[in-house]
Ligand binder design. Structure first.
Ligand SMILES: [Zn+2]
Length: 223
Protein backbone atom coordinates (compact mmCIF):
# COMPACT_ATOMS: atom_id res chain seq x y z
CA UNK A 1 0.00 0.00 0.00
CA UNK A 2 1.26 3.51 -0.66
CA UNK A 3 1.16 6.20 2.02
CA UNK A 4 -2.10 7.70 0.75
CA UNK A 5 -3.82 4.31 0.69
CA UNK A 6 -2.62 3.61 4.23
CA UNK A 7 -3.89 6.99 5.45
CA UNK A 8 -7.21 6.51 3.70
CA UNK A 9 -7.56 3.00 5.05
CA UNK A 10 -6.57 4.13 8.56
CA UNK A 11 -9.21 6.87 8.47
CA UNK A 12 -11.95 4.49 7.34
CA UNK A 13 -10.82 2.03 9.97
CA UNK A 14 -10.92 4.69 12.70
CA UNK A 15 -14.47 5.59 11.68
CA UNK A 16 -15.56 1.96 11.59
CA UNK A 17 -14.06 1.29 15.02
CA UNK A 18 -15.79 4.30 16.55
CA UNK A 19 -19.12 3.15 15.26
CA UNK A 20 -18.85 -0.56 15.94
CA UNK A 21 -16.26 -1.88 18.24
CA UNK A 22 -14.40 -1.23 21.42
CA UNK A 23 -11.18 0.49 20.26
CA UNK A 24 -9.48 -0.03 23.65
CA UNK A 25 -9.97 -3.79 23.64
CA UNK A 26 -11.18 -5.03 20.24
CA UNK A 27 -12.36 -8.67 20.25
CA UNK A 28 -11.78 -8.56 24.03
CA UNK A 29 -8.66 -10.72 24.07
CA UNK A 30 -5.77 -10.37 26.49
CA UNK A 31 -2.73 -8.51 25.18
CA UNK A 32 0.41 -9.08 27.26
CA UNK A 33 2.06 -6.01 28.81
CA UNK A 34 5.45 -6.97 27.30
CA UNK A 35 4.50 -5.64 23.83
CA UNK A 36 6.51 -2.72 22.44
CA UNK A 37 4.05 0.14 21.82
CA UNK A 38 4.39 0.05 18.02
CA UNK A 39 3.57 -3.66 17.76
CA UNK A 40 0.78 -3.40 20.32
CA UNK A 41 -0.76 -0.59 18.25
CA UNK A 42 -0.49 -2.69 15.08
CA UNK A 43 -2.19 -5.57 16.88
CA UNK A 44 -4.96 -3.31 18.22
CA UNK A 45 -5.51 -1.85 14.72
CA UNK A 46 -5.68 -5.38 13.29
CA UNK A 47 -8.17 -6.59 15.90
CA UNK A 48 -10.24 -3.41 15.39
CA UNK A 49 -10.29 -4.13 11.67
CA UNK A 50 -11.40 -7.72 12.30
CA UNK A 51 -14.10 -6.55 14.73
CA UNK A 52 -15.37 -3.88 12.31
CA UNK A 53 -16.05 -6.26 9.38
CA UNK A 54 -19.71 -6.31 8.37
CA UNK A 55 -21.69 -8.72 6.23
CA UNK A 56 -24.54 -11.20 6.43
CA UNK A 57 -23.53 -13.90 3.94
CA UNK A 58 -20.76 -16.43 3.47
CA UNK A 59 -19.77 -19.44 1.37
CA UNK A 60 -20.42 -23.03 2.56
CA UNK A 61 -16.73 -23.67 3.46
CA UNK A 62 -16.58 -20.35 5.35
CA UNK A 63 -19.63 -21.50 7.31
CA UNK A 64 -17.94 -24.83 8.09
CA UNK A 65 -14.81 -23.16 9.44
CA UNK A 66 -16.15 -20.03 11.14
CA UNK A 67 -19.73 -21.10 11.92
CA UNK A 68 -21.13 -17.72 10.98
CA UNK A 69 -21.36 -15.11 8.22
CA UNK A 70 -18.65 -12.65 7.14
CA UNK A 71 -18.82 -10.47 10.25
CA UNK A 72 -16.56 -9.15 13.01
CA UNK A 73 -18.59 -10.95 15.67
CA UNK A 74 -18.01 -14.28 13.87
CA UNK A 75 -14.25 -13.73 13.72
CA UNK A 76 -13.87 -12.38 17.26
CA UNK A 77 -15.68 -15.45 18.58
CA UNK A 78 -13.47 -17.71 16.42
CA UNK A 79 -10.37 -16.11 18.00
CA UNK A 80 -11.77 -15.98 21.56
CA UNK A 81 -12.76 -19.68 21.43
CA UNK A 82 -9.24 -20.71 20.43
CA UNK A 83 -6.69 -18.51 22.14
CA UNK A 84 -6.32 -16.95 25.60
CA UNK A 85 -4.42 -13.91 24.41
CA UNK A 86 -1.41 -12.47 22.62
CA UNK A 87 2.21 -12.40 23.79
CA UNK A 88 5.19 -10.59 22.34
CA UNK A 89 8.22 -12.71 21.42
CA UNK A 90 11.37 -11.38 19.82
CA UNK A 91 11.87 -14.26 17.39
CA UNK A 92 15.44 -14.82 16.32
CA UNK A 93 16.46 -17.17 13.55
CA UNK A 94 13.33 -17.86 11.54
CA UNK A 95 12.73 -14.52 9.91
CA UNK A 96 9.39 -15.52 8.43
CA UNK A 97 7.76 -16.62 11.69
CA UNK A 98 5.87 -13.95 13.50
CA UNK A 99 2.85 -15.61 15.02
CA UNK A 100 2.30 -19.07 16.43
CA UNK A 101 0.32 -20.74 19.15
CA UNK A 102 1.94 -21.61 22.44
CA UNK A 103 -0.04 -22.87 25.45
CA UNK A 104 -3.13 -21.07 24.21
CA UNK A 105 -1.30 -17.82 23.53
CA UNK A 106 -0.54 -16.45 20.10
CA UNK A 107 3.03 -15.23 19.88
CA UNK A 108 3.68 -12.10 17.83
CA UNK A 109 7.14 -10.94 16.76
CA UNK A 110 8.61 -7.83 15.16
CA UNK A 111 7.87 -8.92 11.58
CA UNK A 112 4.17 -8.35 12.32
CA UNK A 113 4.90 -4.73 11.40
CA UNK A 114 6.07 -5.69 7.90
CA UNK A 115 2.67 -6.98 6.78
CA UNK A 116 -0.48 -5.23 5.57
CA UNK A 117 -3.44 -5.14 7.94
CA UNK A 118 -5.29 -7.67 5.78
CA UNK A 119 -2.32 -10.07 5.95
CA UNK A 120 -2.07 -9.57 9.72
CA UNK A 121 -5.76 -10.35 10.17
CA UNK A 122 -5.49 -13.37 7.88
CA UNK A 123 -2.44 -14.65 9.80
CA UNK A 124 -4.19 -14.31 13.17
CA UNK A 125 -7.07 -16.44 11.86
CA UNK A 126 -4.54 -18.91 10.36
CA UNK A 127 -2.72 -19.25 13.68
CA UNK A 128 -5.98 -19.56 15.63
CA UNK A 129 -6.87 -22.49 13.34
CA UNK A 130 -3.68 -24.24 14.48
CA UNK A 131 -5.01 -24.35 18.04
CA UNK A 132 -7.20 -27.20 16.70
CA UNK A 133 -4.26 -28.87 14.91
CA UNK A 134 -4.35 -28.83 11.08
CA UNK A 135 -0.57 -29.39 10.63
CA UNK A 136 1.08 -28.31 7.40
CA UNK A 137 2.48 -30.57 4.68
CA UNK A 138 5.76 -30.35 2.79
CA UNK A 139 5.55 -28.28 -0.39
CA UNK A 140 6.67 -30.15 -3.53
CA UNK A 141 10.14 -29.84 -5.06
CA UNK A 142 10.16 -27.91 -7.31
CA UNK A 143 7.28 -25.69 -6.11
CA UNK A 144 6.22 -23.49 -9.02
CA UNK A 145 3.30 -21.20 -9.89
CA UNK A 146 1.27 -21.37 -13.13
CA UNK A 147 3.92 -19.34 -14.92
CA UNK A 148 6.65 -21.78 -13.82
CA UNK A 149 8.18 -19.33 -11.32
CA UNK A 150 9.34 -20.57 -7.88
CA UNK A 151 6.80 -19.82 -5.14
CA UNK A 152 8.42 -17.83 -2.33
CA UNK A 153 7.48 -16.76 1.21
CA UNK A 154 5.73 -13.39 1.31
CA UNK A 155 8.02 -11.95 3.98
CA UNK A 156 11.23 -13.94 3.52
CA UNK A 157 11.29 -14.05 -0.29
CA UNK A 158 12.85 -17.54 0.02
CA UNK A 159 11.70 -20.50 -2.09
CA UNK A 160 9.13 -22.64 -0.26
CA UNK A 161 10.01 -25.86 -2.13
CA UNK A 162 10.31 -28.72 0.38
CA UNK A 163 9.33 -26.57 3.40
CA UNK A 164 6.30 -27.26 5.61
CA UNK A 165 4.35 -24.38 4.10
CA UNK A 166 1.64 -26.30 2.25
CA UNK A 167 -1.65 -28.00 3.12
CA UNK A 168 -3.50 -31.03 1.81
CA UNK A 169 -6.97 -30.21 3.21
CA UNK A 170 -9.39 -27.47 2.20
CA UNK A 171 -10.30 -26.53 5.78
CA UNK A 172 -6.68 -26.27 6.93
CA UNK A 173 -4.91 -23.07 8.02
CA UNK A 174 -3.89 -21.96 4.49
CA UNK A 175 -7.23 -23.15 3.13
CA UNK A 176 -8.89 -20.97 5.76
CA UNK A 177 -6.92 -17.96 4.51
CA UNK A 178 -7.96 -18.46 0.90
CA UNK A 179 -11.60 -19.08 1.87
CA UNK A 180 -11.60 -16.02 4.19
CA UNK A 181 -10.05 -13.82 1.47
CA UNK A 182 -12.63 -14.90 -1.11
CA UNK A 183 -15.45 -14.21 1.35
CA UNK A 184 -14.10 -10.78 2.29
CA UNK A 185 -13.91 -9.96 -1.40
CA UNK A 186 -17.44 -11.15 -2.13
CA UNK A 187 -19.47 -10.61 1.02
CA UNK A 188 -17.90 -7.90 3.19
CA UNK A 189 -20.31 -4.95 2.96
CA UNK A 190 -18.09 -2.28 4.54
CA UNK A 191 -14.62 -3.23 3.27
CA UNK A 192 -13.00 -0.65 1.00
CA UNK A 193 -11.61 -1.36 -2.46
CA UNK A 194 -8.08 -1.43 -0.99
CA UNK A 195 -9.01 -4.17 1.50
CA UNK A 196 -10.80 -6.19 -1.19
CA UNK A 197 -7.80 -5.85 -3.52
CA UNK A 198 -5.43 -7.15 -0.82
CA UNK A 199 -7.83 -10.04 -0.13
CA UNK A 200 -7.99 -10.88 -3.84
CA UNK A 201 -4.19 -10.90 -4.01
CA UNK A 202 -3.94 -13.25 -1.01
CA UNK A 203 -6.49 -15.55 -2.58
CA UNK A 204 -4.41 -15.76 -5.76
CA UNK A 205 -1.08 -16.26 -3.99
CA UNK A 206 -2.15 -18.65 -1.22
CA UNK A 207 -4.21 -21.08 -3.35
CA UNK A 208 -0.86 -22.58 -4.49
CA UNK A 209 -0.26 -23.70 -0.89
CA UNK A 210 -3.12 -26.21 -1.27
CA UNK A 211 -1.33 -29.09 -2.96
CA UNK A 212 -4.07 -31.72 -2.97
CA UNK A 213 -6.08 -31.52 -6.21
CA UNK A 214 -9.47 -32.35 -4.62
CA UNK A 215 -8.95 -29.89 -1.74
CA UNK A 216 -7.93 -27.18 -4.19
CA UNK A 217 -10.96 -27.87 -6.42
CA UNK A 218 -13.37 -27.67 -3.48
CA UNK A 219 -11.95 -24.26 -2.48
CA UNK A 220 -12.12 -22.97 -6.06
CA UNK A 221 -15.76 -24.08 -6.30
CA UNK A 222 -16.74 -22.56 -2.94
CA UNK A 223 -19.03 -19.62 -3.66
ZN1 LIG B 1 0.57 -22.44 9.87
Amino acid sequence: MNAFAILFFWLSLANASQALGNPANPCQVEIDSSFPAEIKNALLQTLSFIESIQGTQSSPLHQQIFEGPVNGATYCKFIQDRIRGFRYVNFSGDSSLYAENHLGYMLIGDLFLNDTIVDRASSILHEARHSEGWPHANCPIPFLDDAGKPIVGTLSGDSLAGTRSCDTEALSAYGLEVIWARNIEKYCTNCGADVKALAALNEKVLIFRIIDADAKASILQDQ
